[in-house]
Write a protein that binds this ligand. Structure first.
Ligand code: FAD
Ligand code: NAI
Length: 470
């Protein structure tokens, strides 16, 4: 240790980096974390998961009041939107949580090196003009918005924005065009639709939410359409011009064809995110990236250079905060000589729309493909939320649960839910899969009544037999 400044130096304080740093310190390692942003917590706490959920939650209340749901339940109110107050509770949430990470760093004696880090050698980085040598360096620099050529984001002007700009709009746009029918487009499109915007979603593919189960994608499309979002599928945006306070978009069929124009007050570019490695001087450390710009690692999160590790959005896999966190813990444990493992086959994902959309494990399409295209190798049980007493009582009829199991062994391969609280429901499916459960195991587990989770039990019952309530 003598000539090292730190046992572990983490670059980036997002959910991957800050969690890795805290766990390393908890395990008795002298730890620092470099972060160039003014506050800790990375994309997730500053401009991602947390502020988006603050706006989603608040706009859900507004729509419940303005859209007549409260009146349906006998609560009569005359809602008025105070957007400044809504933004201010969003900022409070971010401030509270990012400040909390600073406190956790102090408590665990993690040094925050303020500034952007770059490698000067495989075991040395420079931060704000100072050099630090560390026995282990963890790259956790996260990701940022993928740009769309011809559509230049300018969050300050507020006409063509990315997710960060879309969280902060000073007024509700008359017409918002969302480019990309993925997670960000649907979540932030939902926020502004609930607050009064007309929302059009332009998606390159023939269906929204790529990567999710086919039935879920179709049903989600129907639900969002019913809520008023207009979809232009199989369509690409080739150009955007800002004219005064409006943008004029040129659209074309994805396969080519006649162009059309579309006017918008706000355009949200949400076509994906790409790993952050620019400015790290990876070459000085002998590190390279793959074709997608990611840093490859082995199962233990070691890169090709001894002593350098990588986790989170900057490595392959889903770009999710909980995946980054789990990798952070496992990576720190591996550095400490323990056995840190992440089961990448069981990473839940949730879209926080209304209703929520959640899944874990394989889609039906993936399960069939894995069985060499044999459709009979996979059994599926489905249960509609309409048959669930709690969802029905709460006026939440949309959605279903789908359990996918191996036809021979009955082992659960994937679970997909569309339900108001799907994000909470999916945890039990992940746990069941982590324990190697069969659909029968879930079907014979006693679930509290009346809960939305009973729909998972009934979908499991439907895999080999019949559910009761439909
Ligand atoms: P990041 O959180 O991106 O953090 C990396 C940090 O590294 C940044 O703070 C950056 O400033 C810093 N950094 C970069 N380069 C350097 C350098 N050279 N030196 C020092 N510091 C550096 N995921 C979910 O699971 N659930 C959600 O609900 C969810 N909502 C989202 C909503 C939005 C609008 C967005 C954009 C993302 C959302 N995500 C969500 C994704 C989630 O934010 C990311 O998967 C997660 O933050 C990745 O964590 P990370 O630690 O890998 O990187
Ligand atoms: P995404 O990958 O979820 O969706 C991008 C969409 O844009 C896809 O449907 C894609 O087909 C489409 N697209 C790509 N190029 C296009 C083009 N030129 N024209 C029209 N459509 C195009 O990416 P998104 O929504 O930007 O989110 C980035 C990542 O952030 C997500 O992958 C997710 O990992 C993370 N995230 C997670 C959240 C959550 O967990 N709830 C919330 C928000 C973001």
């Amino acid at each position: 240790m003598a000539d090292y400044d730190y046992d572990v130096l983490v670059i980036g304080a997002g959910p991957g980096g800050y969690v890795a740093a805290i766990r390393a310190a908890q395990l008795g390692l002298k730890t620092a974390c470099a972060e160039g942003r003014g506050t800790l917590g990375g994309t997730c706490l500053n401009v991602g998961c947390i502020p988006s959920k603050a706006m989603l939650h608040a706009s859900e209340y507004f729509e419940a009041a303005a859209g007549g749901m409260m009146a349906k339940m006998g609560v009569m109110v005359e809602p008025r939107l105070d957007l400044d107050a809504m933004h201010s509770q969003r900022k409070d949430a971010v401030k509270g949580l990012t400040g909390g990470i600073e406190m956790l760093f102090r408590k665990n004696k993690v040094d925050w090196l303020k500034g952007y880090a770059k490698f000067t050698a495989a075991d040395t980085v420079e931060v704000d003009g100072k050099s630090y040598r560390a026995k282990n360096i963890v790259v956790a620099t996260g990701s940022s918005v993928t740009p769309l050529p011809g559509v230049d984001v300018d969050n300050d002007k507020g006409v063509i924005v990315d997710s960060t700009g879309a969280l902060e709009l000073a007024k509700v746009p008359g017409h918002m065009v969302v480019i990309g029918g993925g997670v960000i487009g649907l979540e932030l499109g939902s926020v502004w639709r609930r607050l009064g915007a007309k929302v059009t979603c332009v998606e390159f593919l023939d269906q929204i939410l790529p990567g999710m189960d086919g039935d879920v994608r179709k049903e989600a499309n129907k639900i969002f359409k019913k809520q008023g979002i207009e979809f232009k599928l199989k369509t690409k945006v080739t150009k955007a011009e800002v004219k005064g306070k409006k943008a004029v978009l040129t659209l074309e069929p994805a396969a080519g064809g006649e162009a059309e124009t579309l006017e918008a007050d706000v355009v949200l570019v949400s076509i994906g995110r790409r790993p952050n490695t620019d400015g790290l001087a990876l070459d000085k450390a002998g590190l390279t990236t793959n074709q997608r710009g990611q840093i490859e690692t082995d199962h233990d999160f070691r890169t090709s250079v001894p002593g350098i590790w990588a986790i989170g959005d900057v490595v392959p896999g889903p770009m999710l905060a909980h995946k980054a966190e789990d990798e952070g813990i496992a990576c720190a444990e591996n550095i400490a000589g323990l056995t840190g493992i992440v089961n990448h086959d069981v990473i839940p994902s949730v879209v926080y729309t209304w209703p929520e959309i959640a899944g874990v494990g394989l889609t039906q399409e993936q399960a069939v493909e894995k069985a060499g295209g044999d459709k009979t190798a996979v059994k599926v049980g489905k249960f509609p939320m309409l048959g669930n007493s709690r969802a029905k009582t709460n006026h939440e009829p949309d959605g279903f649960v789908k359990v996918i199991a191996d036809a021979k062994t009955d082992r659960v391969l994937g679970v997909w839910c569309i339900a108001s609280v799907a994000g909470t429901m999916i945890a039990q499916a992940a746990q069941a899969m982590e324990f190697g459960a069969t659909s029968e195991d879930i079907a014979y587990t006693c679930h509290a009544h009346p809960t939305h989770s009973e729909a998972i039990k009934e979908a499991a019952m439907a895999v080999t037999g019949k559910p009761i309530h439909i």
